[in-house]
Design a protein around this ligand. Sequence first.
Ligand SMILES: NC(=O)c1ccc[n+]([C@@H]2O[C@H](COP(=O)([O-])OP(=O)(O)OC[C@H]3O[C@@H](n4cnc5c(N)ncnc54)[C@H](OP(=O)(O)O)[C@@H]3O)[C@@H](O)[C@H]2O)c1
Length: 240
Amino acid sequence: MSTTRRSVLLALGALSAFALMPSIGSAAEKMRIGIIGAGSHGGTIGRLWVQAGHEVMFSTRNPSELQAMATELGPRASVGTSKQAAEFGTVVLFATPYNALPELGRDLAPALRGKIVLDATNPPPDEGNPLSREAYANGVGETSAKYLPGTRLVRAFSATDATSISASSRREGEKLGVPIASNDAQALKVAAQLVRDAGSEPVITGDLPTARTFQRGGAGFRANTDAAALRKLLSLPPGA
Ligand SMILES: NC(=O)c1ccc[n+]([C@@H]2O[C@H](COP(=O)([O-])OP(=O)(O)OC[C@H]3O[C@@H](n4cnc5c(N)ncnc54)[C@H](OP(=O)(O)O)[C@@H]3O)[C@@H](O)[C@H]2O)c1
């Protein structure tokens, strides 16, 4: 294990305290979260966060289409443009197609500066797509960080299916393991809490380069299994 990876894991030792927290319906600290790309994935996760007590602004390029969902979710849910959602959130989730990141990163840079960004996006397989080629050559996490500069980037919710996240939130017992990675220990801690608030269990792989283990082609990509099994798949210690 690299020194950086070990130090991120050690810095997160305190996370074990979160294991005592209940998941859905009782977020310990209410947050304002902006969702960029509230489709199948972003919509599913955002809905769970609203149910956990967070305030969530959902966005797409056509936000009016999200109004019915927001109305159904109640006063903690709202809709807006990508810019409004980026400004609204103290934490921002990206769940757009990967190809949208360079432009969004440029357009939203002032609103995102210094914020915790959870990056759930995945480049499509490299079939002549230059951005996919770059991401798989240099690491998806590092490439997202390049296109979302100035953010406290966490790879989170990228490797687990929306349907599995939703199912985990509804069941007792073993929760879905959601791998997360970042160079920012505090951002990782917030992400871990938000994974729990969505009814899953965070599995911390370490710094951003370790997100390769759960990008497309990695052992953790779409494993959709419980946290203990995921840790084993990723050769992580039991408490990671
Ligand atoms: N679905 C899953 O289970 C799952 C699991 C893990 C990771 N992911 C990742 O999550 C991302 C989204 O997947 P999805 O299945 O949720 O797709 P989706 O249902 O098509 O949702 C994508 C959302 O992004 C919005 N969008 C597209 N281009 C945009 C832009 N330039 N600016 C702002 N919003 C934009 C779309 O709305 P408009 O077109 O109306 O703007 C739509 O709401 C992908 O990168 C995928 O790899 C998905």
